[in-house]
Design a protein around this ligand. Sequence first.
Ligand code: LLP
Length: 399
Amino acid sequence: MNQNLEQIVMGKGLNRHGFDMTIVEQNRTPFYYYDLDVLRTTLDEIQHQAAGHRFKVHYAVKANGNPLILKEVVNHGLGADLVSGGELKAAIEAGFMPQQMNFSGVGKTDWEILLGLEHGIGCFNVESIQELEVINQLAGECGKKADIAIRVNPDIDAHTHKYITTGTADNKFGINIEVLEHVITQARNLPSINLRGLHFHIGSQITLMQPYVMLCETINALMDHYEQRGIRFEIINVGGGLGINYIDSEHHLIPDFKQYFDTFKQRLNLRPEQELHFELGRAIVGQCGSLITRVTFVKESRNKKFVILDAGMTDLIRPALYEARHEIQNLTSIDIQTDTYDIVGPVCESSDVFARDCQLPVTRRGDIIAIRSAGAYGESMASTYNMRALPGSVFHSRK
Ligand code: LLP
């Protein structure tokens, strides 16, 4: 663990898991607790590892659009990766520069495209011929030229959960390599389109570098192929997807950005004038957030003990939707004895389960529980199903 982080985890007034218990006890549960020091250290590390190269990191706003998080990200000079008009508005509000915004998504509607054109965003990542034609038409009508990249489906298996893999030929994202040449020719002939680059995104929660190495090889081959035809791309965008450690978060608060950026430094034959864009979400905000919740009841059935929380799948849907694992900690019990529990929420769905057969110190009604590594795709995927209130958010920093 680096020294900065050690101070964060062990800092004064914090409990053994790094939480400020005054904040934890005083706020109404359930809520998201964001550790700004972890977020800032993460962003500093990205700046450090990506420096000195033509690397531009964009933050995938979908991971967490909380305005205070966006402000921190802007202050560290990152761009924004967007997938909706709502995210575009939030990014403008937070102070991101339109030129540093990329807009992806297979189904951009006309008003969303117009909003992007109005602000002059850096790049529309185009996912189909029809979208290309519509952007050309709308840009022409406003007397503008749209900056675009073509999203390529590289048919690479990222070996991640089936719902979050995006770069194989069978899913809806991007343009297949077989038809890429045709789409590029089309884009170069359309009067209101300025083709700037190629975009890729192979999936999320990727923890091995091998899929990224394969991506680099595919891109190298494509660049050689098109250069022989006199076509050079100004931008290569490799998307996001870098994973985080959900099992032992406290000792892995900062993802291995060095290994990640080094993979591209070493394996991608970037041309001197080219920019390399990244779109990271989870790796930036995942570890700074925890869902704080209270035990409503402890219930015993014939074979099981259930810890029933006041947070449910409406607050954090990842375990129910992807069978995702999140570390669960009892922040109040100091019992040295442990027991085995299923940790569940109050929502009327049998998938409303955070963990099965989880070992915790003996847990009682009123105890406070932290569900860790919930900064990404936690608050941003919350819903009001069962007419529940959305979870609140609380920010903590020692500085
Ligand atoms: N770029 C594009 C085009 C994307 O579709 C995504 C995520 C990202 C970048 C950022 O990926 P990241 O660095 O965060 O892995 N809700 C799921 C994850 C869905 C990811 C969707 N696309 C989860 O909770 O695991």
